[in-house]
Ligand binder design. Structure first.
Ligand SMILES: [Zn+2]
Length: 72
């Protein structure tokens, strides 16, 4: 059983205010914002640690960095 909160958000098992979504990443508003606009961007694929990344994930990481910096 997967208890990962981010996977549950991706699978819509936990409601969240989704502001952006594509095949690879999902972005939603933090439920406890530390700033007026506080968005989280996470990959849809569950990645436990950086060391779990594989070569196929390269595009995913690039996409994430881009989304973080430029807001999608
Ligand atoms: Zn997960």
């Amino acid at each position: 059983m997967n208890d990962c909160i981010f996977c549950k958000i991706v699978n819509k098992e936990i409601p969240s205010e989704i502001v952006y979504e594509d095949d690879y990443v999902i972005s939603f508003k933090d439920i406890q914002p530390a700033a007026p606009i506080h968005l989280l961007v996470i990959p849809k694929k569950h990645i436990e640690k950086v060391t779990d990344l594989s070569v196929e994930d390269e595009g995913l990481i690039r996409k994430n960095v881009y989304s973080d910096k430029f807001g999608g």
